[in-house]
Design a protein around this ligand. Structure first.
Ligand SMILES: [Fe+2]
Length: 336
C-alpha cells in the first residue's frame, strides 16, 4: 500500500467510526486496550508476561505505525486506547505533537537511559532496532558500500533494494533528514529512485538478496536474525554489513510506548509501560523470539546480536523525526 500520511489520516477517520462501533458492541470494559503497531508476536510476549505478573487483562488492535498513529490523532480525546506501541519513533512524535500523551511515571523514565527516549517524558523507547545492509555473499568485503550515502552513486544502479512504503524504512529516511538536511536527503532519494529495486517489505527485500536477484538491501537487523535462528531459508546466502561510523545507515530506530491522556485506566496503562521497560519486560527482548534490542533496566541483548554500544550509531533525537515531511519528499521523488 502506498499510503500518504494525510490521505491515511482521512481514511483512518472513516475507519474510526467502524472501530468505535466495534468497541461499544464488544463492551470490553475491563481490559487495557493497546493500539499496537509493534510486531504482534513481541506484543503478545509482553502481554502474557504482564498479565501473569499483575493479573491485568490486556487486549490490542493491530496496524502499522502510520495507520495507528493517524487513528489516534483522528479519534483525539474520544479514543478508546489506553496505550500506544510502535515499531519506530515518527508515529510517537506525531501523537506527541497532537498533545495526546500523558506524562510517563518517573519510575518508568528512570529505567530507560536518556538517549532512548524524548526529553519531554511523554513517551519512552521500549526496544530498538538497527539499520543494516544485507548482502549476497557473492560480494567481496571490498565491494560493500562504505556509507549508506554511496548507494545513490551510479555504480549501485539496479543493485540494491528497499521497501519504501514501510514505516520501518521511512524511519530511516526521517533520520537521514534530521542528520543531513533536506537538500542531501532529496538528492539521496533521487538516487534511490534511479538505483533501487522497490520491494513491498523487509522480508521480500531479504528474499530477493538471498535469491541473488540483487546484490544488497537496506533492512532492519532482526528480520535476518530471526531467520538465522530458524531455517535460514531466506538468509542462508546472505550476510550483514553494519555501516557504523555515525553513518546515517547506522541509525538505531527506537520503538515507542506511551499512555494516552484520554485513557480511563491510566494507572494500569502506566503499569504496563513500567513493566515492559523493567528488567522482566526487557528480558522478553533478550530471551524471546523478537531479536529486537533491549534499551532499559541494564538488560543486555540476545547473545546472537552485536552489542548496541558497538554499532557507532549517529545521534538522533527520536522526538523530532518528521514522518509527514518524509512522506511528502518520498512522494515527490516518485518512491511512493
Ligand atoms: Fe518490522
Amino acid at each position: 500500500m502506498r499510503t500518504r500520511w494525510r490521505v491515511a489520516a482521512v481514511l483512518s477517520a472513516v475507519a474510526m467510526i467502524a472501530a468505535s462501533a466495534t468497541a461499544c458492541g464488544s463492551g470490553s470494559g475491563d481490559e487495557l486496550l493497546i493500539y499496537n503497531a509493534q510486531h504482534e508476536s513481541l506484543t503478545k510476549e509482553w502481554i502474557d508476561a504482564f498479565t501473569k505478573e499483575t493479573g491485568i487483562k490486556v487486549t490490542y488492535r493491530h496496524g502499522g505505525d502510520t495507520e495507528m498513529g493517524n487513528q489516534l490523532i483522528a479519534e483525539g480525546d474520544a479514543s478508546p486506547a489506553d496505550v500506544f506501541l510502535t515499531e519506530n519513533s515518527p508515529a510517537m512524535a506525531a501523537v506527541e505533537r497532537a498533545g495526546l500523551f500523558a506524562d510517563l511515571d518517573s519510575e518508568t523514565l528512570n529505567q530507560v537511559p536518556p538517549q532512548y527516549r524524548p526529553p519531554t517524558g511523554k513517551w519512552t523507547g521500549v526496544a530498538a532496532r538497527t539499520t543494516v545492509f544485507v548482502y549476497n555473499k557473492r560480494l567481496q568485503p571490498d565491494q560493500l558500500p562504505k556509507s549508506m550515502m554511496d548507494l545513490q552513486r551510479p555504480e549501485w544502479k539496479g543493485r540494491w533494494a528497499a521497501p519504501p512504503a514501510r514505516p520501518d524504512f521511512q524511519a530511516i529516511v526521517s533520520a537521514l533528514l534530521q542528520l543531513e538536511g533536506e537538500a542531501a536527503t532529496a538528492q539521496w532519494l533521487a538516487g534511490m529512485k534511479q538505483n533501487a529495486v522497490l520491494e513491498d517489505n523487509n522480508v521480500s527485500t531479504l528474499e530477493a538478496v538471498n535469491a541473488g536477484e540483487i546484490d544488497g538491501g537496506i533492512i532492519y537487523h532482526y528480520y535476518w536474525y530471526r531467520d538465522q535462528a530458524e531455517t535460514k531459508e531466506i538468509s542462508g546466502n546472505t550476510a550483514l554489513h553494519y555501516f557504523k561510523n555515525q553513518d546515517p545507515g547506522a541509525f538505531i530506530s527506537v520503538s515507542g510506548g506511551g499512555v494516552l491522556a484520554s485513557s480511563d485506566k491510566k494507572d494500569q496503562a502506566q503499569q504496563f509501560i513500567r513493566f515492559i521497560t523493567s528488567r522482566a519486560g526487557q528480558e522478553v527482548l533478550q530471551k524471546g523470539t523478537s531479536f529486537e534490542y533491549p534499551v532499559g533496566s541494564g538488560v543486555s541483548a540476545n547473545p546472537a546480536l552485536p552489542p548496541l554500544a558497538d554499532l557507532q550509531a549517529p545521534k538522533v533525537d527520536p522526538s523530532n523525526l518528521n514522518a509527514e515531511k518524509v512522506s511528502d519528499m518520498m512522494t515527490q521523488a516518485g518512491l511512493l
